[in-house]
Write a protein that binds this ligand. Structure first.
Ligand code: SF4
Length: 211
């Protein structure tokens, strides 16, 4: 992937205050994560940190003026980008832009060095009239991540706390049933039952009143 040369325009972005950084952070290319020994783990760790989220692109983009096959026009493609502060709290990307700053934005601008920023942020060409254009945009991100959707799904699964399984639920239901049954069991029988199950009998709370 060809590196994007430094193209900051503080004279334009300063007065604007970074409208893009305050509403919708730029998309990242796969290479940042593919460079890691375990790309799914690297992306999973980024997502788990809360500083990155998976954004959605609906439909396979057109390529060379040709539309995608009909069955691909509603396909959801995921790609990573930095979270906004609001998204970090929710742990989920907002469907569109929202008035919340990128987690990497501080009062003096982007905290990341130019070469560490997402590719779309690097590719943004600021314009005085506010009509800034990125030569590598969300459409580019959807196409770049298209072959890596399996890796993205694996990373998302690694970043998500383990969901309860059927056996977890059965175990929890069994424990709840045992607890209910124990509440209706005489004390002596309860001790025996605990000895059989190997669990300690429930203790009464200590009386902490002054004597
Ligand atoms: S990573 Fe930096 S340049 Fe990109 S949106 Fe966030 S603050 Fe702006």
């Amino acid at each position: 992937m060809t590196p994007i040369p430094w193209n900051e325009r503080p004279g334009l972005c300063g007065p604007c205050g970074g409208e893009c950084c305050r509403t919708r952070p730029g998309a990242e290319a796969p290479e940042r994560f593919l460079a890691a020994a375990d790309p799914a783990a690297a992306l999973g760790a980024a997502l788990a940190s809360g500083d990155w989220v998976l954004a959605e692109h609906v439909g396979l983009p057109w390529v060379d003026g040709r539309p995608p096959p009909p069955e691909e026009t509603r396909r959801i493609l995921h790609y990573p980008r930095p979270a906004t502060v609001a998204e970090r709290g929710r742990g989920k990307a907002a469907p569109g832009g929202e008035p919340s700053p990128c987690v990497f934005l501080d009062p003096h601008g982007c905290r990341l060095a130019f070469e560490e920023r997402p590719r779309m942020c690097q590719a943004l060409e600021p314009a005085g009239d506010g009509e800034c254009i990125a030569s590598w945009d969300r459409r580019s991100a959807a196409l770049a991540w298209l072959p890596w959707q399996g890796l993205v799904a694996e990373a998302a699964a690694r970043a998500t706390p383990r969901r309860s399984t059927g056996s977890d639920r059965a175990r929890a239901a069994g424990q709840a049933f045992t607890a209910r049954a124990m509440r209706g069991t005489p004390r002596r029988a309860r001790r025996r039952s605990s000895a059989v199950s190997g669990e300690s009998p429930p203790r009464r709370p200590r009386d902490r009143r002054p004597r």
